[in-house]
Design a protein around this ligand. Sequence first.
Ligand code: NG1
Ligand code: ZN
Length: 528
Amino acid sequence: MDLDAVTKHSALHAKPNGLILQYGTAGFRMKAEHLDHVMFRMGLLAVLRSKHTKSTIGVMVTASHNPEEDNGVKLVDPLGEMLAPSWEEHATCLANAEEEDMQSVLMDISEKAVVDLQQDAFVVIGRDTRPSSQKLSQSVIDGVTVLGGQFHDYGLLTTPQLHYMVYCRNTNGQYGKATIEGYYQKLSKAFVELTKQAFCSGDEYRSLKVDCANGIGALKLREMEHYFSQELSVQLYNDGTTGKLNHLCGADFVKSHQKPPQGMEMKSNERCCSFDGDADRIVYYYHDADGHFHLIDGDKIATLISSFLKELLLEIGESLNIGVVQTAYANGSSTRYLKEVMKVPVYCTKTGVKHLHHKAQEFDIGVYFEANGHGTVLFSKAAEMKIRELAKELEDKKRKAAKMLENVIDLFNQAAGDAISDMLVIEAILALKGLTVQQWDALYTDLPNRQLKVKVADRQLISTTDAERQAVTPPGLQEAINDLVKKYELSRAFVRPSGTEDIVRVYAEADSQESADSLAYEVSVAVF
Ligand code: NG1
Ligand code: ZN
């Protein structure tokens, strides 16, 4: 490790005085102008992580659904997963190190994490469409090369595409080819195979309006659409040609405001969906004949997918276990429907996909979605092998179901939640089951709910337990929430400090919108 070179280059990416950051739920995220040093340092860290794991590591430059002025960075681990928690601490230490301490902090991490400095390192880099992203990804590259790491810069990619590339590269191409064409070919082949069996191929299933949040999703969907245009035609809105990234559009806007994005032309009962700024989240929605807006969020996506998978499993007659993983933000109606009607086991984890992903790995088939539309389905290696065997062997009806499952495995991004991949799965299921968007929506009725943000002096004073559903500190807060909840019917409420913004989030649901609103308000007063 040429530490003098590190010092020299680090001075070119100087840390603003007094800036202290933490590697949170989504890596580092803040105003782009303060991030240059973080990018350089994450380039350094990616090299150490690559040496330690003897694998390719990914670095993604994006701030997802945040405003265009923000940016961020996250590291992707060898199997396409989020960075291991112990290394999040190293990331925080390195990002906050003073210039004169850079050498000692790097040595310290190398020792603590047992990094073989002689080992080769390889890092792949992707970025979103923010104006600041190109320059910031150059700073990552500077960090990688100064420590002697090799790299490949994929340039513009969706976040899940970068996760896919990392996964492919570390599994000798078994998962797929680590190129953008490899990604398009793998997904579209599975989608085309799957929809071949749809007997309802009327026009109503064949077209979909997609709000791309003025982000990277538009570029990538444009590149990909001709691979599946026979089966599905997509009309892109907010494609970045005129509007601003995430401004009044995108999955986060639609979910949190419960209204359509600007610029979308919605006719009644037409199926529409929104991606977020880096295309790892998706939500669906439509206007009914009376002009009412209906949101179909991650919970309903998880329900549609798990009911489809359960039916296929029944047909092949194998006792593969299936589990659904949610967070405290999942609508109470969805949890009840999954448990009581569909009879699938449901688990709740802390917010943040790394927690859901981890839990989902415990099942043969683990379905995980955050209510905001971030999620995917994981198949264990054993389940995948079994399904692929059955697809070759069984008699007709069973083989057909096993083949469908095989295509579903290939269509889901096994490394991370992926708006494009999820969209194709959903479109295939709707076509195969002959379901309209209204019929899908009617599976259950969401309980009215409200989310609020509360600005407090120090959000870390609030700590939680029970997958964030109970507040432990400050003393008395949980008791106050319990008393408020008792005043309403079918009610539930919780508070937790956000991992991505300097705020406390309040969530409440109840039997009516008025009750949910007023419960959320009362809880936020108790927090303040
Ligand atoms: P925080 O800010 O920790 O609530 C938000 C989302 C998460 C996750 C992360 C990362 C909600 C309530 N929270 O986290 O689900 O997606 O951003 O993007 O939607
Ligand atoms: Zn995102």
